[in-house]
Design a protein around this ligand. Structure first.
Ligand code: ADP
Ligand code: MG
Length: 634
């Protein structure tokens, strides 16, 4: 689809958004409710229908067993990985999970994997965009935290596919934010991106040179954010109310929820006002009211925001930079609207942070810019390249259980590196390649990503085979591994399927299932795709008529093609998928012989006319770009 819009999506822990490029400016697409943010909450209603966003929130309180939030925390993770999350969040996992199986979360009487739940959110964003454009949207750029590992990135891509979106690129959130501020247009800059959201804190240090972004260090705290501030205020309110009332209000979910809402309203008000009032209706007609001044609030939250200092210092240390060497600071995340947080960031980096864009929208805006670049972009963005960093070292297990690191943490991606290995035993004809991720020295302490065998090595004395293991991390942060025995040329290649990933088959099934809920979307897309295919065929037929091969067809064949063509033209504009499909297939059959003849003559011409000049790589769009390849091969 030539003019299809590619959207940028921030799939957040607390809130998600979709944006796109309007002219040369990225804008957020609002939902039906007019709001830009879609809370990342999913519920299953009494009729078995999925509800997403603000509408799903009431289920969190009324029927919590039918709702889930913060699912991003579970993406690409296994049961043993998420024990800390299970203690802190009311995730309800399926009871029958086998070891090593993908997690499933209960919503009412059904269970869903984290990518499926994320896909519900993505589908809502897709729908919002489709309503806005009055046209289908099938391609997206999605952002992920810079520290997301391979499994988490794959899970995010899976979520996109399940939602019917082709994920053209995963972009790190801090990179997207820097892009939104146009920092790529400045040369030789160092940028610190401080992201304090609802439940997570991330600090990333990026380097820019000649329009290229490079994330050089990341750090953070996966349990720190606006929720902690809310909880502090809730505790105070509960304490007050408890003193006034005889009942135990802590057990009353409805009151706690009403308090939560009041607390968040007050918190938000305090970002722009000097004082705010906590105001909660109590059972029995009473009211709880308490005024909070900005100064009291700041004193209360100081310990929370101070917890960001350690990770910031560590990231700067890892990057080998002092605050003076940081040229720009960028604020991301709703909680950076708090003036006290801004002040802290200013102190940490000794400069005023960028704050012109809404901090909870800036990541989606950057994703939209990246989407625009991938779509071919404009003159201004054409040259731009995005580089990110791999957060953890990658290596393989060596004999005895040690780890040989092949790509080190904080390496810029795309990245590739090669190490040589050999055998340990006389006449050993295969090696088991165990790919691991992490900083620890023993493979058993690292995260196991994949295992595969390289077989068929000719028997040789131990230590003689030369086994070259090559790691390549592509632009999405996904790892490809190959192993080759150089003396025999035996090779094995895999794309790493993460330990807690979904199989391709599972993803396919989920896509099919998702159509049950989105039949209308599916039908619409089918028609559009069939129509495009038909237009392409009709255009190709025009060319075929001018090809000498046309004259070689019998008059019967030519007349048949003419009939099939007329039939296809008659239905191509209609909304009937089956009719278009049938007409395409008929024309396909009818032109088979023509295609063969054209192919033969093309091959003949190529063989005859070939000399050094004409055999040179052409300049058409299909020819490979040798320079980009060299970048990757570096
Ligand atoms: P995430 O990236 O975690 O999905 P966001 O960037 O949307 O989340 O941040 C959400 C958090 O920001 C919530 O805790 C919300 O209460 C907080 N927040 C939003 N606006 C304000 C504001 N004006 N003042 C203080 N906190 C805010
Ligand atoms: Mg965020």
């Amino acid at each position: 689809m030539p003019n299809e819009r590619i959207v940028g999506i921030d799939l957040g822990t607390t809130n998600s958004l979709v944006a796109y490029m309007e002219g040369d400016r990225p804008v957020v697409i609002p939902g039906e409710d007019g709001l830009n943010l879609v809370p990342s909450v999913v519920a299953l209603d009494e009729n078995g229908q999925i509800v997403v966003g603000s509408a799903a929130r009431k289920y969190l309180i009324e029927t919590p067993e039918r709702a889930v939030y913060s699912v991003k925390r579970l993406m690409g993770r296994g049961v043993e990985d998420v024990q800390d999350e299970l203690k802190l969040f009311p995730f309800r996992l399926a009871d029958d999970l086998a070891a090593g199986e993908v997690l499933r979360i209960k919503l009412g009487d059904k269970t869903f994997t984290p990518p499926e739940i994320s896909a519900f959110i993505l589908r809502q964003l897709k729908r919002n965009a489709e309503r806005y454009f009055a046209a289908p949207v099938t391609k997206a750029v999605i952002t992920v935290p810079a520290y997301f590992n391979d499994a988490q990135r794959q899970a995010t891509k899976d979520a996109g596919r399940i939602a019917g979106l082709e994920v053209l690129r995963l972009v790190n959130e801090p990179t997207a934010a820097s892009l939104a501020y146009g920092l790529d247009k400045k040369n030789a800059e160092t940028v610190a991106v401080y992201d304090l959201g609802g439940g997570t804190f991330d600090i990333s240090i990026l380097k820019l040179h000649e329009g290229i972004f490079e994330v050089i260090a990341t750090n953070g705290d996966t349990h720190l954010g606006g929720d902690d501030i809310d909880n502090l205020l809730i505790t105070i309110a509960l304490h007050d109310i408890q003193g006034d009332l005889a009942v135990d209000v802590r057990r009353n979910a409805e009151i706690v929820q009403a308090i939560r809402k009041a607390v968040i309203d007050a918190k938000i008000a305090l970002s722009s006002e000097e004082k705010a009032t906590l105001d909660v209706a109590l059972p029995g007609g009473g009211r709880y009211q308490r005024q909070i001044t900005r100064a009291q609030f700041e004193q209360l939250i100081q310990p929370v925001i101070d917890r960001t200092v350690g990770p910031v210092r560590q990231a700067m240390k890892d990057a080998g930079l002092t605050p003076k060497q940081i040229n720009e600071a960028v604020l991301v995340g709703g909680s950076t609207r708090i003036p006290k947080v801004r002040q802290l960031v200013q102190e940490l980096f000794e400069r005023t942070p960028h704050s012109g864009l809404n901090p909870d929208e800036v990541v989606a805006l950057g994703a939209a810019i990246q989407a625009h670049i991938l779509a071919g972009g404009s003159e201004a963005t054409k040259e731009m390249l995005l580089l990110d960093v791999t957060p953890l070292s990658l290596g393989i297990e060596s004999l005895g259980g040690g780890v040989v690191k092949i790509i080190h943490r904080n390496s810029t991606i795309p990245a590739s590196a090669t190490e040589h290995f050999t055998t340990g035993v006389e006449g050993q004809t295969n090696v088991a390649v165990h790919v691991v991720q992490g900083e620890r020295e023993l493979a058993s302490d690292c995260r196991s990503l994949a295992r595969f065998d390289l077989k068929g090595i000719p028997p040789m004395p131990a230590g003689l085979p030369r086994i070259e293991v090559k790691f390549l991390i592509d632009a999405n942060g996904i790892l490809h591994v190959s192993a080759r025995e150089l003396r025999s040329g035996k090779e094995a290649v895999i794309r790493v399927q993460p330990s807690y990933g979904l199989t391709d088959e599972q993803v396919e099934n989920m896509i099919l299932e998702s159509f049950d809920n989105a039949e209308e979307d599916f039908r619409r897309r089918q028609v559009i795709e069939a129509r495009n295919e038909a237009e392409t065929m009709l255009a190709a037929l025009e060319k075929g008529r001018n090809n000498p091969a046309w004259q070689q067809l019998s008059s019967q064949e030519r007349s048949n093609i003419g009939k099939f063509e007329t039939a296809l033209r008659a239905v191509v504009k209609a909304d009937d998928y089956q009719a278009i499909r049938t007409a395409i297939d008929a024309l396909n059959q009818g032109t088979m012989h023509l295609a063969e003849l054209m192919m033969e003559s093309a091959v003949g011409t190529a063989l005859k006319g070939q000399n050094m000049d004409t055999a040179d790589v052409g300049e058409g769009p299909e020819s490979p770009h040798p320079i980009a390849q060299a970048e990757i091969e570096r």
